[in-house]
Design a protein around this ligand. Sequence first.
Ligand SMILES: [Zn+2]
Length: 130
Amino acid sequence: MTSPTEPKPIFQPDHQAYVATEGTRTEMAWGHLRIFTGRGAQPSETTVGICHINPGCHNPLHYHPNCEETIFVLSGRCAHRYGEGEVMLEPGQTILVPRFVVHNASAVGTEPLELLIIFSSGEREAVFLE
Ligand SMILES: [Zn+2]
């Protein structure tokens, strides 16, 4: 039993479901980003996308001042800078990067690196250090 002030389940939303297939694609020198939710795509409380890094390349060293980032390796091998250290990641592994922790990802080997990236803000900010 719910009180009148508690949120209630919504069975008939007053809007259509947002379904993304390709997302908003941005070409980079090192690969590309596809953003499905969040700024630049669909306003939401999180940002979700795919980060594609070409073999032998890496994205710039950066940190996020307003959100944490969860990164799941879909395919490829990743050497992930984490602060002053480095973590090797294989497909199926996840790394959690708290706000302000300096990081980037390198595609190791001959395969491209595909990462599912999830940010705890729909308005993610990034400060690039290179
Ligand atoms: Zn990041």
